[in-house]
Design a protein around this ligand. Structure first.
Ligand code: ZN
Length: 440
């Protein structure tokens, strides 16, 4: 949930920030007498290996705070309301982040997408503005950020003490029902696309908002549409990771049945730990792993209190999700995704971007080895990125998908005026002949 709730986040965090100091004290509260040693160990690991967060909604905060969002970009050096700014990213030793290109589902902002998603909307414009905002964020802070499109970029940036900046798109409702848009988004640097947000779209079925906010199924078996299958295969070809956060469980299965690359769940928990439709059920988790016939993907564990469980929304509960996912998929198939600035509250011990070390401390306290933690922090994700890039290389002989959403009524384009009188005579004749033939 975003936009409207972002305001609550801002107010809530501003209050919290004035009342509670960042850093040390909370460590003692959560991890007892070993806290000092665990913290030293965690920080040492984070100096050696990058921690990559695959879902950070900070750009929408800048867009929420000001009528001219680019004016807010400079402020990132200072405190920005919400969960994320540069001082807190540095305190939390963040190695890289996927910033989210996001514009809301139409129903979330009172717009009607129409029964076939054909009503005109501004999601493509808004997404382009979000790309532009993120480009400004990175380019205005070159001492902090460096662009990354591959694991090699991330390693190089980390060696240069820069935070890697990557882009993920949240929700295929922002494609304007078009694979052309997908290809241009890929050119703009998007490394993943979440197939839905909280609404269904022409490609795939959503998990909705969760309990009490279920969405009525529209696609066959509440899964992918045929056009959605074309989208997945085209993403494989483009080297864009298919993100299964937010989608229905049926879509998760449909994608696993056809994808040619590892999948990612960029901000999800385990349904066995907290029974919620946004989380991943065990029957899906069992298909992710390093074994024969399994998808070599990754589940990046979210910090969102509603998903991890409101009854105990703590750093320990986030670790419970990580450990459950790891117990089914293996420790090489789990990672970290905060959803910072995309949620109106946060968990105790992981309140903002300065607190990542506390999750590492929690895993150390539970006996995870340095190698395993290195994987959770980022190496597991880098492996998936490498695998996705290898798939792209292997598919470079394929031509771009030509599929057009079958419900679209704007093609062939009626752009020639009345009876196409503004087009060359030959074109007019061909179109006229075709129309007569179609009417027969
Ligand atoms: Zn989300």
């Amino acid at each position: 949930m975003k936009s409207a709730l972002a305001l609550l986040t801002i107010i809530g965090t501003a209050l919290a920030a004035s009342q509670k100091p960042l850093g040390g004290p909370i460590v003692d509260a959560y991890l007892g007498p070993n806290a000092t040693a665990l913290r030293a160990h965690a920080l040492e690991l984070m100096d050696k290996y990058p921690l990559i967060d695959t879902h950070v909604d900070m750009p929408q905060i800048l867009r929420t705070l000001g009528r001219r969002p680019l004016d807010m970009v400079d402020d990132l050096d200072k405190h920005v309301p919400g969960h994320v700014d540069i001082p807190r990213m540095k305190e939390g030793k963040l190695g890289g982040l996927f910033m989210t290109v996001y514009s809301p589902c139409p129903n979330f902002i009172g717009q009607d997408p129409g029964p076939d998603f054909l009503n005109p909307l501004e999601t493509v414009r808004d997404n382009i503005e979000m790309f532009d905002l993120i480009q400004n964020i990175v380019d205005e802070h070159p001492d902090t950020f460096a662009w990354a499109y591959s694991s090699a970029d991330i390693r190089r940036n980390f060696a240069n003490k820069k935070i890697s900046a990557l882009i993920g798109i949240e929700g295929a409702h922002t494609l304007g029902n078009s694979l052309s848009t997908l290809r241009i988004y890929a050119q703009l640097g998007a490394k993943y696309l979440t197939l839905t947000h909280i609404c269904h779209n022409a490609f795939a079925s959503s998990a909705g908002w969760g309990k009490g906010f279920e969405v009525t199924p529209i696609h066959p078996n509440n899964g992918l549409s045929d056009f959605g299958r074309a989208l997945v295969l085209e993403m494989n070809r483009l080297g864009m990771m298919v993100d299964l956060a937010h989608v229905s469980w049926e879509v998760m299965q449909d994608v696993l049945d056809i994808t040619r690359a590892p999948v990612v769940f960029t901000h999800s928990g385990a349904a066995a730990v907290n029974d919620h439709p946004r989380n991943v059920p065990d029957y899906i988790l069992k298909q992710i792993g390093s074994g024969k016939g399994q998808n070599n993907g990754i589940i990046l564990s979210v910090f969102y209190p509603i998903f991890i469980g409101l009854d105990r929304a703590t750093v320990g509960r986030v670790a419970d999700h990580i450990e459950h996912i790891a117990s089914v998929c293996g420790r090489a198939h789990v990672g970290i995704a905060s959803d910072f600035d995309g949620m109106y509250s946060s968990v105790e011990g992981l309140e903002d971007a300065s607190k990542y070390p506390q999750l590492i401390m929690e895993l150390l306290d539970r006996g995870w080895s340095d190698d395993e933690i290195k994987g959770v922090m980022g190496e597991n994700l880098l492996r998936v990125m490498d695998a996705q890039d290898a798939v792209k290389e292997s598919l470079k002989h394929e031509k771009p998908a030509r599929d057009i959403y079958e419900k679209r009524q704007d093609l062939p384009a009626p752009w020639g005026g009345e009876d196409n009188k503004y087009l060359p005579t030959e074109v007019r004749k061909v179109v006229h002949a075709r129309r007569q033939r179609d009417e027969l």
